[in-house]
Design a protein around this ligand. Structure first.
Ligand code: GLY
Length: 366
Protein backbone atom coordinates (compact mmCIF):
# COMPACT_ATOMS: atom_id res chain seq x y z
CA UNK A 1 0.00 0.00 0.00
CA UNK A 2 1.25 3.46 -0.81
CA UNK A 3 1.45 5.85 2.05
CA UNK A 4 -1.22 8.00 3.61
CA UNK A 5 0.33 10.73 5.74
CA UNK A 6 -1.66 12.85 8.15
CA UNK A 7 -0.11 16.23 8.85
CA UNK A 8 -0.86 19.69 10.13
CA UNK A 9 2.08 21.11 8.16
CA UNK A 10 1.36 20.56 4.49
CA UNK A 11 4.33 22.63 3.30
CA UNK A 12 6.90 20.51 5.13
CA UNK A 13 5.16 17.24 4.29
CA UNK A 14 4.80 18.07 0.58
CA UNK A 15 8.42 19.23 0.32
CA UNK A 16 9.52 15.88 1.70
CA UNK A 17 7.23 13.90 -0.56
CA UNK A 18 8.27 15.79 -3.71
CA UNK A 19 11.92 15.21 -2.86
CA UNK A 20 11.24 11.49 -2.55
CA UNK A 21 9.58 11.13 -5.99
CA UNK A 22 11.90 11.61 -8.96
CA UNK A 23 10.07 13.68 -11.61
CA UNK A 24 10.95 15.82 -14.60
CA UNK A 25 8.00 18.24 -14.39
CA UNK A 26 5.43 19.03 -11.75
CA UNK A 27 1.75 19.78 -12.41
CA UNK A 28 -0.88 20.91 -9.92
CA UNK A 29 -4.59 20.35 -10.49
CA UNK A 30 -7.10 22.34 -8.45
CA UNK A 31 -10.74 23.30 -8.71
CA UNK A 32 -12.10 26.83 -8.49
CA UNK A 33 -12.63 26.48 -4.74
CA UNK A 34 -9.28 24.95 -3.80
CA UNK A 35 -7.44 27.48 -6.00
CA UNK A 36 -8.83 30.13 -3.71
CA UNK A 37 -8.86 28.45 -0.31
CA UNK A 38 -6.01 25.91 -0.35
CA UNK A 39 -3.48 26.65 -3.10
CA UNK A 40 -2.26 29.90 -1.45
CA UNK A 41 -0.88 27.74 1.35
CA UNK A 42 1.54 26.16 -1.13
CA UNK A 43 2.51 29.45 -2.75
CA UNK A 44 6.20 30.39 -2.57
CA UNK A 45 7.27 26.85 -1.76
CA UNK A 46 10.54 26.33 -3.64
CA UNK A 47 9.53 22.76 -4.43
CA UNK A 48 6.41 23.88 -6.30
CA UNK A 49 7.69 27.16 -7.76
CA UNK A 50 8.10 25.75 -11.27
CA UNK A 51 4.90 23.74 -11.27
CA UNK A 52 2.28 24.27 -13.97
CA UNK A 53 -1.23 24.82 -12.65
CA UNK A 54 -4.66 24.03 -14.08
CA UNK A 55 -8.03 24.71 -12.54
CA UNK A 56 -11.25 22.85 -13.27
CA UNK A 57 -14.85 23.35 -12.14
CA UNK A 58 -15.57 22.28 -8.60
CA UNK A 59 -18.74 20.21 -8.66
CA UNK A 60 -19.52 16.67 -9.71
CA UNK A 61 -21.11 18.14 -12.85
CA UNK A 62 -17.55 18.72 -14.10
CA UNK A 63 -16.44 15.11 -13.59
CA UNK A 64 -16.81 14.52 -17.32
CA UNK A 65 -15.00 13.36 -20.41
CA UNK A 66 -14.72 17.01 -21.52
CA UNK A 67 -12.94 18.03 -18.32
CA UNK A 68 -10.72 14.97 -18.55
CA UNK A 69 -9.80 15.91 -22.13
CA UNK A 70 -8.96 19.44 -20.91
CA UNK A 71 -6.57 17.98 -18.33
CA UNK A 72 -4.94 15.62 -20.85
CA UNK A 73 -4.54 18.57 -23.25
CA UNK A 74 -2.99 20.71 -20.53
CA UNK A 75 -0.57 17.93 -19.59
CA UNK A 76 0.38 17.44 -23.23
CA UNK A 77 0.86 21.14 -23.95
CA UNK A 78 2.84 21.49 -20.71
CA UNK A 79 5.32 18.85 -21.87
CA UNK A 80 4.32 16.14 -19.40
CA UNK A 81 6.01 12.78 -19.81
CA UNK A 82 5.62 9.42 -18.12
CA UNK A 83 8.17 10.69 -15.60
CA UNK A 84 6.18 13.77 -14.62
CA UNK A 85 4.19 14.12 -11.41
CA UNK A 86 0.66 15.41 -10.90
CA UNK A 87 -0.49 16.79 -7.54
CA UNK A 88 -4.27 16.75 -7.13
CA UNK A 89 -5.36 19.40 -4.62
CA UNK A 90 -9.07 19.13 -4.03
CA UNK A 91 -12.08 17.05 -3.14
CA UNK A 92 -13.06 13.67 -4.53
CA UNK A 93 -13.90 15.08 -7.95
CA UNK A 94 -10.36 16.45 -8.37
CA UNK A 95 -8.61 13.39 -6.94
CA UNK A 96 -10.77 10.92 -8.94
CA UNK A 97 -10.49 12.81 -12.23
CA UNK A 98 -6.87 13.87 -11.71
CA UNK A 99 -5.91 10.33 -10.71
CA UNK A 100 -7.56 8.98 -13.87
CA UNK A 101 -5.89 11.63 -16.05
CA UNK A 102 -2.47 10.83 -14.57
CA UNK A 103 -2.99 7.06 -14.77
CA UNK A 104 -3.89 7.15 -18.46
CA UNK A 105 -1.65 9.95 -19.79
CA UNK A 106 1.17 8.30 -21.76
CA UNK A 107 0.08 5.06 -20.09
CA UNK A 108 0.54 6.46 -16.64
CA UNK A 109 2.47 9.00 -14.62
CA UNK A 110 2.73 9.25 -10.83
CA UNK A 111 0.32 11.34 -8.81
CA UNK A 112 -0.06 12.59 -5.26
CA UNK A 113 -3.43 13.40 -3.68
CA UNK A 114 -3.92 16.26 -1.24
CA UNK A 115 -7.58 15.89 -0.27
CA UNK A 116 -9.25 19.07 0.90
CA UNK A 117 -12.74 17.83 1.80
CA UNK A 118 -13.65 15.46 4.58
CA UNK A 119 -15.13 13.07 2.02
CA UNK A 120 -11.93 12.90 0.03
CA UNK A 121 -9.75 12.66 3.16
CA UNK A 122 -11.50 9.57 4.51
CA UNK A 123 -12.52 7.94 1.26
CA UNK A 124 -12.05 9.20 -2.29
CA UNK A 125 -8.36 10.10 -2.20
CA UNK A 126 -7.34 6.80 -0.59
CA UNK A 127 -7.36 3.43 -2.32
CA UNK A 128 -6.76 4.18 -5.97
CA UNK A 129 -10.25 4.29 -7.45
CA UNK A 130 -10.08 6.87 -10.22
CA UNK A 131 -12.52 7.87 -12.92
CA UNK A 132 -15.27 10.05 -14.31
CA UNK A 133 -19.05 9.97 -14.62
CA UNK A 134 -20.44 8.90 -17.99
CA UNK A 135 -23.94 8.90 -19.52
CA UNK A 136 -25.50 9.90 -16.21
CA UNK A 137 -23.83 7.08 -14.26
CA UNK A 138 -21.43 7.74 -11.40
CA UNK A 139 -17.80 6.71 -11.90
CA UNK A 140 -18.77 4.64 -14.93
CA UNK A 141 -15.33 4.94 -16.58
CA UNK A 142 -12.10 4.59 -14.60
CA UNK A 143 -9.20 2.47 -13.44
CA UNK A 144 -7.71 1.25 -10.19
CA UNK A 145 -4.43 3.12 -9.82
CA UNK A 146 -2.89 4.02 -6.48
CA UNK A 147 -1.56 7.50 -5.78
CA UNK A 148 2.11 7.55 -4.80
CA UNK A 149 1.14 9.32 -1.56
CA UNK A 150 -1.94 10.83 0.05
CA UNK A 151 -1.22 13.88 2.20
CA UNK A 152 -4.04 14.71 4.59
CA UNK A 153 -3.68 18.23 5.97
CA UNK A 154 -6.33 18.33 8.69
CA UNK A 155 -6.45 22.17 8.97
CA UNK A 156 -8.17 22.09 5.55
CA UNK A 157 -11.25 20.91 7.52
CA UNK A 158 -11.61 24.55 8.49
CA UNK A 159 -12.29 25.52 4.88
CA UNK A 160 -15.44 23.35 4.71
CA UNK A 161 -19.06 24.29 5.04
CA UNK A 162 -21.54 22.34 7.15
CA UNK A 163 -22.94 20.30 4.23
CA UNK A 164 -19.51 19.11 3.17
CA UNK A 165 -18.61 18.13 6.72
CA UNK A 166 -21.81 16.07 6.97
CA UNK A 167 -21.16 14.58 3.54
CA UNK A 168 -17.74 13.25 4.55
CA UNK A 169 -19.00 12.15 7.93
CA UNK A 170 -21.37 9.64 6.29
CA UNK A 171 -18.35 7.69 4.98
CA UNK A 172 -16.91 7.81 8.50
CA UNK A 173 -20.14 6.28 9.85
CA UNK A 174 -19.73 3.55 7.26
CA UNK A 175 -16.15 2.91 8.41
CA UNK A 176 -17.41 2.79 12.01
CA UNK A 177 -19.99 0.15 11.06
CA UNK A 178 -17.29 -1.87 9.30
CA UNK A 179 -14.70 -1.65 12.06
CA UNK A 180 -15.61 -1.67 15.74
CA UNK A 181 -18.39 -0.83 18.12
CA UNK A 182 -16.36 1.65 20.18
CA UNK A 183 -15.42 3.72 17.11
CA UNK A 184 -19.02 3.65 15.88
CA UNK A 185 -20.26 4.70 19.31
CA UNK A 186 -17.88 7.67 19.42
CA UNK A 187 -19.04 8.72 15.93
CA UNK A 188 -22.70 8.54 16.96
CA UNK A 189 -21.93 10.52 20.13
CA UNK A 190 -20.17 13.31 18.22
CA UNK A 191 -22.06 16.59 18.18
CA UNK A 192 -22.11 17.04 14.42
CA UNK A 193 -24.93 19.57 14.55
CA UNK A 194 -23.00 21.77 16.95
CA UNK A 195 -19.94 21.67 14.70
CA UNK A 196 -22.09 22.46 11.67
CA UNK A 197 -23.68 25.35 13.52
CA UNK A 198 -20.29 26.71 14.58
CA UNK A 199 -18.98 26.42 11.02
CA UNK A 200 -22.09 28.03 9.53
CA UNK A 201 -22.04 30.92 12.02
CA UNK A 202 -18.39 31.66 12.71
CA UNK A 203 -17.98 34.02 15.66
CA UNK A 204 -15.51 34.56 18.50
CA UNK A 205 -18.20 33.12 20.77
CA UNK A 206 -18.30 29.81 18.85
CA UNK A 207 -14.59 29.63 18.08
CA UNK A 208 -13.50 27.60 21.12
CA UNK A 209 -16.26 25.03 20.59
CA UNK A 210 -15.49 24.81 16.87
CA UNK A 211 -11.75 24.33 17.52
CA UNK A 212 -12.39 21.54 20.04
CA UNK A 213 -14.88 19.77 17.76
CA UNK A 214 -12.58 20.09 14.74
CA UNK A 215 -9.73 18.61 16.80
CA UNK A 216 -11.92 15.62 17.73
CA UNK A 217 -12.96 15.29 14.10
CA UNK A 218 -9.33 15.35 12.95
CA UNK A 219 -8.54 12.49 15.36
CA UNK A 220 -11.51 10.50 14.08
CA UNK A 221 -10.29 11.08 10.53
CA UNK A 222 -7.09 9.22 11.41
CA UNK A 223 -9.04 6.21 12.70
CA UNK A 224 -11.38 6.28 9.73
CA UNK A 225 -8.59 6.39 7.15
CA UNK A 226 -6.90 3.42 8.81
CA UNK A 227 -10.11 1.38 8.38
CA UNK A 228 -10.11 2.14 4.67
CA UNK A 229 -6.38 1.53 4.29
CA UNK A 230 -6.62 -1.89 5.90
CA UNK A 231 -9.44 -2.98 3.62
CA UNK A 232 -7.72 -1.68 0.48
CA UNK A 233 -4.43 -3.29 1.46
CA UNK A 234 -6.15 -6.65 1.74
CA UNK A 235 -8.05 -6.35 -1.54
CA UNK A 236 -6.88 -3.46 -3.75
CA UNK A 237 -8.95 -4.45 -6.80
CA UNK A 238 -12.22 -5.16 -5.04
CA UNK A 239 -12.31 -8.88 -5.75
CA UNK A 240 -13.61 -9.68 -2.28
CA UNK A 241 -13.50 -7.86 1.03
CA UNK A 242 -13.14 -4.37 -0.48
CA UNK A 243 -16.79 -4.77 -1.42
CA UNK A 244 -17.36 -4.04 2.29
CA UNK A 245 -16.71 -0.39 1.42
CA UNK A 246 -19.82 -0.46 -0.78
CA UNK A 247 -22.03 -0.58 2.31
CA UNK A 248 -24.70 2.07 1.79
CA UNK A 249 -23.54 2.71 -1.76
CA UNK A 250 -25.78 0.48 -3.88
CA UNK A 251 -28.87 2.36 -2.76
CA UNK A 252 -26.78 5.51 -2.23
CA UNK A 253 -25.53 5.69 -5.82
CA UNK A 254 -29.10 5.19 -7.04
CA UNK A 255 -30.28 8.12 -4.89
CA UNK A 256 -27.35 10.20 -6.12
CA UNK A 257 -27.93 9.53 -9.82
CA UNK A 258 -31.69 9.94 -9.46
CA UNK A 259 -31.33 13.21 -7.55
CA UNK A 260 -29.22 14.60 -10.40
CA UNK A 261 -31.71 13.42 -12.98
CA UNK A 262 -34.48 15.18 -11.03
CA UNK A 263 -32.50 18.42 -10.80
CA UNK A 264 -32.21 18.32 -7.01
CA UNK A 265 -28.67 16.91 -6.69
CA UNK A 266 -27.51 15.35 -3.45
CA UNK A 267 -23.96 15.55 -2.16
CA UNK A 268 -22.40 12.08 -2.31
CA UNK A 269 -22.28 11.62 1.47
CA UNK A 270 -25.95 12.55 1.88
CA UNK A 271 -26.84 9.91 -0.71
CA UNK A 272 -24.66 7.41 1.18
CA UNK A 273 -26.36 8.34 4.46
CA UNK A 274 -29.77 7.61 2.93
CA UNK A 275 -28.28 4.46 1.37
CA UNK A 276 -27.13 3.38 4.84
CA UNK A 277 -30.70 3.70 6.13
CA UNK A 278 -31.85 1.38 3.33
CA UNK A 279 -29.05 -1.13 3.61
CA UNK A 280 -29.04 -1.36 7.40
CA UNK A 281 -32.75 -2.10 7.18
CA UNK A 282 -32.00 -4.81 4.60
CA UNK A 283 -29.26 -6.05 6.95
CA UNK A 284 -31.80 -6.38 9.78
CA UNK A 285 -34.18 -8.32 7.55
CA UNK A 286 -31.61 -10.51 5.79
CA UNK A 287 -28.53 -10.91 7.93
CA UNK A 288 -29.64 -10.30 11.51
CA UNK A 289 -28.19 -6.83 12.11
CA UNK A 290 -29.47 -5.65 15.54
CA UNK A 291 -32.61 -3.56 15.08
CA UNK A 292 -31.80 -1.28 18.03
CA UNK A 293 -28.41 -0.36 16.55
CA UNK A 294 -29.99 0.21 13.15
CA UNK A 295 -32.47 2.57 14.86
CA UNK A 296 -29.59 4.50 16.54
CA UNK A 297 -27.80 5.00 13.23
CA UNK A 298 -31.04 5.93 11.44
CA UNK A 299 -31.88 8.46 14.16
CA UNK A 300 -28.41 10.02 13.85
CA UNK A 301 -28.84 10.26 10.08
CA UNK A 302 -32.34 11.69 10.31
CA UNK A 303 -31.19 14.32 12.81
CA UNK A 304 -28.12 15.38 10.87
CA UNK A 305 -29.03 14.77 7.23
CA UNK A 306 -32.78 15.36 7.05
CA UNK A 307 -34.38 13.36 4.25
CA UNK A 308 -34.52 13.04 0.51
CA UNK A 309 -38.20 12.66 -0.21
CA UNK A 310 -39.39 9.98 -2.60
CA UNK A 311 -42.77 8.47 -3.38
CA UNK A 312 -43.60 4.96 -4.56
CA UNK A 313 -43.67 6.38 -8.10
CA UNK A 314 -39.89 6.72 -7.82
CA UNK A 315 -39.21 3.09 -6.84
CA UNK A 316 -38.99 1.63 -10.34
CA UNK A 317 -36.41 4.21 -11.44
CA UNK A 318 -34.36 3.73 -8.28
CA UNK A 319 -34.48 -0.05 -8.72
CA UNK A 320 -33.39 0.33 -12.37
CA UNK A 321 -30.44 2.46 -11.28
CA UNK A 322 -29.44 -0.16 -8.70
CA UNK A 323 -29.45 -2.90 -11.34
CA UNK A 324 -27.04 -0.78 -13.39
CA UNK A 325 -24.55 -0.50 -10.54
CA UNK A 326 -21.30 -1.93 -11.86
CA UNK A 327 -20.94 -4.34 -8.93
CA UNK A 328 -23.92 -6.31 -10.23
CA UNK A 329 -23.80 -9.27 -12.53
CA UNK A 330 -26.65 -10.76 -14.57
CA UNK A 331 -29.19 -8.14 -13.59
CA UNK A 332 -29.29 -9.07 -9.87
CA UNK A 333 -28.77 -6.35 -7.29
CA UNK A 334 -25.77 -7.15 -5.16
CA UNK A 335 -25.50 -5.56 -1.71
CA UNK A 336 -22.91 -5.51 1.02
CA UNK A 337 -24.80 -6.09 4.27
CA UNK A 338 -23.88 -6.54 7.92
CA UNK A 339 -24.74 -9.17 10.54
CA UNK A 340 -23.49 -6.70 13.15
CA UNK A 341 -20.68 -4.19 13.49
CA UNK A 342 -17.66 -5.61 11.60
CA UNK A 343 -19.65 -8.73 10.65
CA UNK A 344 -19.45 -8.11 6.91
CA UNK A 345 -21.58 -10.09 4.44
CA UNK A 346 -20.61 -9.32 0.87
CA UNK A 347 -22.49 -10.47 -2.25
CA UNK A 348 -25.99 -10.51 -0.80
CA UNK A 349 -28.53 -10.57 -3.61
CA UNK A 350 -31.88 -8.85 -3.31
CA UNK A 351 -34.77 -9.02 -5.75
CA UNK A 352 -37.19 -6.31 -6.81
CA UNK A 353 -39.71 -7.08 -4.03
CA UNK A 354 -37.03 -6.90 -1.33
CA UNK A 355 -35.80 -3.60 -2.74
CA UNK A 356 -39.29 -2.11 -2.87
CA UNK A 357 -39.79 -3.20 0.77
CA UNK A 358 -36.47 -1.53 1.65
CA UNK A 359 -37.62 1.68 -0.06
CA UNK A 360 -40.91 1.47 1.88
CA UNK A 361 -38.87 1.45 5.09
CA UNK A 362 -36.75 4.36 3.89
CA UNK A 363 -39.88 6.35 3.03
CA UNK A 364 -42.14 5.48 5.92
CA UNK A 365 -40.35 3.52 8.56
CA UNK A 366 -37.99 6.06 9.94
N1 GLY B 1 -15.24 4.20 -2.00
C1 GLY B 1 -15.17 2.79 -1.92
C2 GLY B 1 -13.84 2.25 -2.28
O1 GLY B 1 -12.88 2.98 -2.39
O2 GLY B 1 -13.72 1.07 -2.50
Amino acid sequence: MNSVLITSDIRAALTEVLAAIPHDRLFILTDDTTSRLCLPLLANMPAVAAAAHIEIGSTDAHKTLDTLADVWTWLGEGGATRHSLLVNLGGGMVTDLGGFAASTFKRGMAYVNIPTTLLSMVDASVGGKTGINFRGLKNEIGVFSLPHTVLIHTPFLRTLDAANICSGYAEMLKHGLLSDAAHLESLLAFDLQRLCHAVAHPSPEHEAAAAALLQTLAEQVGTSVRVKEQVVEEDPRELGIRKALNLGHTAGHAFESYSRRQGRPLLHGYAVAYGLICELYLSCVRTGFPTSLMRSVVTFIRENYGSYDITCDDYEALYELMTHDKKNTSGCVNFTLLGGVRDIRIDQLADRDAIFDMLDFYREGC
